[in-house]
Write a protein that binds this ligand. Structure first.
Ligand code: SF4
Length: 104
């Protein structure tokens, strides 16, 4: 006789699905560096994600989260830094920072 899955089994299945959904989220950050006025607000508010370039003084994504060395303004960040990246984006006086949540 076919047995119904136990309640524990169903619960574990639901939790795994939730984690899988969570894992499939991707957070990207973009700085239009050409338009950055180098005031440093983003780096002051969210230094885990933003820093100022030593040569031109403009903002760039910290090396840890930068997607490539060709585009210093493009990064992918973990969820724990999304809030501070958004605060920095809001504070940017020329509004050149974009934070996006995308499906991977
Ligand atoms: S807050 Fe905006 S203008 Fe200021 S350094 Fe960051 S990206 Fe540039």
């Amino acid at each position: 006789m076919h047995k119904q899955p136990s309640i524990e089994y169903k619960l574990i299945g639901a939790l795994s699905l939730r984690d899988a959904n969570h894992m499939s989220k991707k957070f990207t950050v973009n700085i239009e560096r050409e338009a950055c006025i180098a005031d440093g607000a983003c780096a002051a508010l969210c230094p885990e994600v933003f820093e100022l370039n030593e040569d031109d003084g403009r903002a760039q994504i910290t090396k840890q989260w930068r997607l490539s060395d060709e585009n210093l303004g493009e990064g992918a960040i973990p969820e724990q830094y999304v809030e501070c990246a958004k605060v920095a984006a809001e504070a940017c006086p020329v509004q050149v920072i974009t934070v996006r949540e995308e499906d991977a």
